[in-house]
Structures are given as C-alpha cells and as structure tokens.
Design a protein around this ligand. Structure first.
Ligand code: ARG
Length: 303
C-alpha cells in the first residue's frame, strides 16, 4: 500500500488548471521537442529573456523534502532566475535528474545525445527557497543514460542522467522505491507526491516558483495513459496526474515520491514529459526509477 502521512495530506495542490483543454492537434506541439531544452534556456537567458519568477506562497514542502530536492541552474544566472530543472540527491555525491535537462539537443532518432560539460551547470542544494540559504556546488561529471533518446513520437526515452559531485551535498539522499512499490504505483489509482520549482501554470512565459512546491497526484494506469499518448508510454515510464494537479515546465528532473512501510519517503519517479500541464486528458509522464536500479547503482558504485 502506498500511504501518505496525515501531517502533509492537507496541503493544497499546485498547478491548478487555468487553461482550457488543448485541442488534439495541439498535443504534439505541446510535447517536448527533440531540440535541446538547455540550449533554449541559455539562449533566452543570454538575450535577457529569463522566465519571470512567481512568488510561491501555497503548499510549501514538508521540511524533510528539502533534504533531497535540488535545483539545476545556468551558471552566471543564479537561482531563482537561472533555474531550469529539478534533481534529486540519491547519494551524498550524486544527483539523479532527467537526461533531457542536461544534454545538448540530440538529433532525434539514432543520433546520440551529448552531455553538458560540468561547467555548464550549477546545482543548488540544501534549501527549498531559491534565493535563500543552500549551497551552490560545482558538478564534476555528467553521465547520461546510454540509451537516452527521443522517440519517433518526440518523447524522451530512458530520460535519466546522474551528476557527480566532489564534495558531499548538504541534505539526505532519498532511497529508491522497491520494485514492489514501483509496480503498485504504475498500476494506477495510487497517490504519490511530485515536487518542484516549476511553473504553476502552463504558458509560454510561465514563471517558475521561488518556493519548492509539491502536489499530490494520482497515478494513471499505463493502458489508459497510452490511449491518450498513442502508445508513447513505455514499460519504464508511468503516468500520474490528470486535471487539477500536475508537474509542469521547470519540474523536469525532479522527484516523484511515495512512502514505504516505515513512512519514509522513497523515490518512485523523475518528472519527464507531458502534453501541456493539468490537462484532464493528458497525465504527466515520469521515468520509473526502479526500472533503472542497476544502471543507477552501477554508475554510483563504480564512481
Ligand atoms: N518537460 C518538462 C520540463 O522540462 C516537464 C513536463 C512535465 N509535464 C507534465 N505535464 N507533467 O520541465
């Protein structure tokens, strides 16, 4: 059983639906494009076109969460303004994030993606508020999952990357969910929580949040999700959140969590893609981290 402790169960959801439903022909346009997220963000930042910042107020995360959520930023554009993706501490020296966050534009199809150089990003950890406290640490190595690519449908597959740090990060790593828990979540109808500084509304110029927000989302059975997404959701992804609450732009790479039997948070997913945000018809799609346990432990263990 996936349970959520009572103490945070009353928190308000974020990403309240504010837009009319997307027309079906708009779905493809709203899906991530094979073009690089990072290049776009950096180009915008250089031309002075940084995203506006939304002063988050509701649903501040439970303090325990600040120990594992991190913000990926553009160097030279300190957070909050440089924030472009989330990440999660899985080991004192390692952050797990989405590969599409930390790679140069892959050509799509067969061409391999190239990881960003460590100097092309900075990671803020140890704070839930982007301009207050925390430590910015340099990355020493970026490792993309070897099979990361964009599918023909334009969605990221095996969308995981690991960032290595020379010094231990402030904060406690979050353990990966067991296979059993991961299977339960993927079955649908289970409540999990998703965390991030991403947009609270889906729009061209959607502001990021200065405060780490979280929302409870219900997992959606893969069959139903695949009907909406035309079969693009693989066995190593799961879907969650329709209508009301969802992850959104800027949340990618961040954690989706559940609770194990001792009421401790465990990592079930990494925010990866979705058509728009908070669409009744189109759930958010997450990397199922349990399916990558060997790659994660092998990479971390091998240093
Ligand atoms: N790809 C987005 C990002 O880079 C995350 C999208 C998640 N979308 C969703 N509807 N759950 O931040």
């Amino acid at each position: 059983m996936i349970r959520l402790p009572h103490r945070i169960a009353l928190a308000a959801a974020w990403s309240i639906a504010a837009l009319p439903a997307l027309a079906d022909d708009a779905v493809l346009r709203a899906m991530p494009k094979a073009a690089g997220l990072y290049e776009r963000r950096l180009e915008n930042a250089r031309s002075g076109n940084l995203p506006p910042v939304y002063q988050g107020s509701a649903s501040v995360v439970p303090t325990r969460a600040q120990t594992f959520s991190v913000s990926l930023g553009l160097p030279g554009f300190p957070q909050p303004r440089g924030h472009f993706c989330g990440g999660v501490i899985v080991d004192p020296h390692w952050v797990l994030t989405a590969a599409h966050c930390v790679s140069h534009a892959p050509g799509g199809g067969r061409s391999a993606a190239r990881a960003l150089e460590p100097g092309q990003l900075q990671v803020l950890s140890g704070s839930t508020i982007l301009f207050q406290g925390g430590q910015t640490k340099p990355v020493t190595r970026t490792v993309l999952h070897p099979d990361f690519r964009f599918s023909a449908a334009g969605v990221p597959e095996n969308d995981l990357a690991l960032l290595q740090f020379a010094e231990p990060l402030p904060g406690r790593p979050i353990p990966l969910a067991s296979d059993e828990l991961a299977q339960i979540a993927a079955r649908g109808g289970e409540r999990i929580a998703v965390l991030g500084w991403g947009a609270a509304r889906f729009a061209e110029e959607s502001p990021i949040s200065t405060t780490l927000l979280y929302a409870f989302v219900e997992t959606v059975d893969r069959g139903a999700c695949n009907k909406a997404y035309d079969g693009a959701v693989t066995e190593r992804m799961f879907c969650a959140g329709r209508g009301l609450a969802d992850a959104c732009q800027g949340d990618s790479g961040g954690p989706a969590v559940s609770y194990n039997d001792d009421d401790r948070m465990v990592l079930v997913g990494i925010t990866s893609w979705g058509a728009g945000c908070t669409q009744q018809k189109y759930p958010g799609v997450y990397v199922n981290v349990a399916a990558y346990r060997e790659w994660i432990n092998g990479t971390i263990g091998g240093k």
